[in-house]
Design a protein around this ligand. Structure first.
Ligand code: ZN
Ligand code: ZN
Length: 240
């Protein structure tokens, strides 16, 4: 840490972006208190279907065992989607994006590097263009770019949305799966053909979105898909 950073740190000019007060280490990092409160999922004990806590002695948790086979090789998620982690994600989605993407990307890159996955390209889950227009940015893409910078990997917007997903929360789980199944298409298959893909999204709820995206990637020649999300909902009580 150089003198300039030390000075910034002393005055805490760049505080923790989650609580707005804690020591941001001079660079808007998450403070140690927030990091403790985020509710980290132990990667060694996780479910390889959803990246969440595993309640079985198998590779998949009891919820993933009930699902159709996941098309990806592995999944990793950092935090349980509740309390402080959920608040941080909501901040990330509602405008505090730039300042939260950076420390999140750093944590994500460390966790992904520890898996020693073979990755050629990072693909974010896209927003529908109407939603992107409204919100002006795609948080999954911001995250993917941060991860790409840290791991020195290319990021490709290979997927596009066919139509807005609508009010998913109001639908039944089965209805939601049906509406999501056909919503993605590939822009340019050469970006992913023959390559090992890391698919990135903010929250893993049922996995229906990642399922649809992965199938389109694999149908268009992707060699493999792995899924990274910041948060995994606890059970299926996703309040998106
Ligand atoms: Zn904090
Ligand atoms: Zn699972």
């Amino acid at each position: 840490m150089n003198f300039f950073q030390q000075t910034l740190r002393f005055f805490n000019l760049f505080p923790c972006p989650a609580c707005g007060e804690g020591d941001g280490n001079g660079v808007n990092d998450f403070c140690p208190e927030c990091r403790k409160k985020f509710g980290a999922i132990d990667p060694a004990k996780r479910c390889h279907g959803c990246g969440g806590d595993n309640d079985t002695a198998l590779a998949l948790c009891s919820l993933c065992l009930q699902e159709k086979k996941r098309p990806w090789l592995d999944a990793l998620s950092l935090f349980r989607y509740e309390n402080e982690a959920r608040e941080m994600i909501l901040k990330f989605k509602s405008g505090n994006h730039g300042v939260i993407a950076r420390p999140l990307g750093k944590l994500a890159a460390c966790a992904i590097a520890a898996e020693a996955w073979k990755i050629d390209v990072i693909v974010p889950i896209p927003l529908h263009f109407l939603r992107k227009f409204k919100r002006t940015y795609n948080q999954a893409e911001l995250l993917a770019r941060q991860i790409g910078d840290h791991l020195d990997l290319p990021v490709e917007n290979a997927l596009t949305r066919r139509y807005a997903a609508g009010k998913q929360a109001a639908r039944s789980r089965i209805g939601r799966h049906r509406s999501i199944r056909h919503q993605f298409e590939i822009g340019d298959f050469r970006r992913i053909a023959g390559r090992d893909v890391l698919l990135v999204d903010d929250v893993f709820t049922t996995g229906a979105t990642c399922d649809a995206a992965s199938r389109v990637l694999l149908q268009n020649g992707a060699k493999s898909v792995r899924v990274f999300t910041i948060c995994r909902t606890v059970g299926y009580a996703g309040r998106m």
